[in-house]
Design a protein around this ligand. Structure first.
Ligand code: PA5
Length: 430
């Protein structure tokens, strides 16, 4: 089971403040479990943890098996909660430089014409064996109206129709709400396979639905283990929620004490997208009504050579959340060198991942001594089960933390403001 270390954060907090926050956390958690909290119309993600939906997982697996058989490239077209969870799981659990088929490519997560043009050029280039690429496309949008996704889908759909003609519909899978939205209207004119995202599951809480699980399964991940890993954590927290409550109380007490930034720090590049998923989950959930820590993201040790100075000696309004993997992910170790001209023989025989973990411990200690409280989330091993547990932990944690803050964890009213301005400038009819 994943675990959380709080000592290097609690040492910064007065016991009375922590006790007060801990009581708030208990009440917030109870209101979530009793389903009488703010935003209780969006608790479908808890249902998925409480009553495992095997039929959903089986249907996703069956669809993924068929796509994997035929696809060279699988495009995931979505933004925000409609792609970050899939990206997080795939990057964490697939090998680097993976050449196994299908290749997963993300689109619809920005408005770059250059990106889409290059993507289409790439799709048109034949495989190494001279055969044309076999492309499948999963468009994911709960609202079915998000500009970035809708525009990209229109362009990619046109390409698919030109390229595959009558066969295009069999290569497009739509993940959206049961009804409503322009995407459902487009689908009415086609024969696309559809997966439904229930109305009571918000985008950023949707990774354990077809939104996250279909791309993950197509990428070859074991989604049963991922999903049941998530459920195992939920069952554990139902018996004893103290890890969630202590974590939420610690972060809230730090916030009350004036911390403004929570820097999510990963030392394993595979975890950067998981950190990105967490950044969105926290940012879109807590940043409301003038409240909330700003969730920032750092990929150490790379970013120690850019942000490290700021973290060590900049304004002391920052805390860090480290993501730690306890067991080495790879067996690669440092070779002995007879000349030792580079003076590195003191590391000879050490696994690179152990050195990386030592770097985490050393950096965290230096930052704590520099006045930056540190919370550490430990995954015993980087596998589907523990990534699933990580997802459950942070979904529950985020909900509890936001309720303590007095904001609705599940809406995002602020996102509408910039959309309105873009639509006005583009001249969208009312
Ligand atoms: O978490 C959220 O709800 C958002 O980030 C959405 O996922 C994002 O805005 C995309 O929305 P949609 O799925 O409606 O295209």
């Amino acid at each position: 089971m994943i675990s959380i270390s709080l000592d290097q954060a609690r040492s910064f907090i007065e016991p009375a403040s922590w006790q007060k926050a801990r009581e708030q956390a208990r009440d917030a958690y109870q209101s979530l479990i009793d389903r009488n909290c703010t935003g209780n119309e969006w608790l479908g993600w808890i249902d998925l943890l409480e009553q495992p939906n095997d039929a959903m997982v089986s249907r996703i697996d069956e669809t993924a098996i068929s796509i994997r058989k035929h696809a060279d490239v699988f495009i995931v077209c979505g933004i925000g909660g409609s792609y970050l969870g899939a990206k997080a799981c795939i990057e964490a659990l697939r090998p680097y430089f993976d050449e196994s088929s299908p290749e997963i490519i993300f689109a619809g997560h920005q408005l770059s014409g250059s990106y889409l043009e290059s993507l289409i050029e790439y799709l048109e280039r034949p495989n190494a064996d001279g055969e044309p690429k076999s492309v499948f496309l999963n468009v994911i949008s709960k609202s079915g109206t998000t500009l970035e996704t809708a525009l990209s889908f229109r362009i990619l759909r046109n390409w698919m129709e030109d390229h595959y003609e009558d066969e295009a519909d069999q290569r497009i899978i739509v993940t959206t709400s049961e009804e409503g939205g322009a995407l459902n209207q487009v689908r009415e004119q086609h024969d696309y396979q559809k997966f439904v995202l229930a109305d009571d599951v918000g985008g950023r809480f949707s990774v354990l639905t077809p939104v996250g699980l279909l791309p993950a399964a197509v990428a070859g991940l074991d989604i049963q283990t991922l999903y049941y890993g998530a459920i195992s954590a939920f069952e554990a927290y139902q018996k004893d929620p103290s890890a969630i409550l202590d974590h939420a109380a610690t972060r809230k007490a730090l916030y009350d004490d004036g911390k403004a930034i929570d820097l999510i720090a990963c030392f394993e590049p595979k975890l950067k997208a998981l950190g990105g998923w967490l950044q969105q989950l926290l940012g879109e959930s807590e940043g409301k009504d003038g409240k909330g820590l700003y969730p920032a993201l750092a990929g150490y040790t790379t970013d120690l050579h850019s942000l490290g100075q700021w973290v060590q000696e900049g304004p002391r309004n920052i805390m860090e959340t480290f993501i730690d993997v306890e067991l080495p992910i790879s067996t690669l170790s440092v070779p002995q060198d007879a000349d030792n001209a580079d003076k590195l023989n003191y590391t000879a025989g050490e696994k690179m991942d152990e050195i990386n973990r030592t770097a985490l411990q050393g950096t965290r200690q230096a930052h704590v001594e520099g006045g930056v409280p540190a919370i550490t989330v430990h995954l015993p091993k980087l596998n589907a089960q523990h990534v699933g547990q990580f997802i459950t932990h942070f979904e529950l944690f985020t909900a509890v933390y936001c309720l303590m803050l007095g904001v609705n964890p599940f809406n995002q009213p602020g996102v509408e403001a910039y959309k309105k301005e873009i639509y006005r400038l583009l001249g969208r009819p009312e």
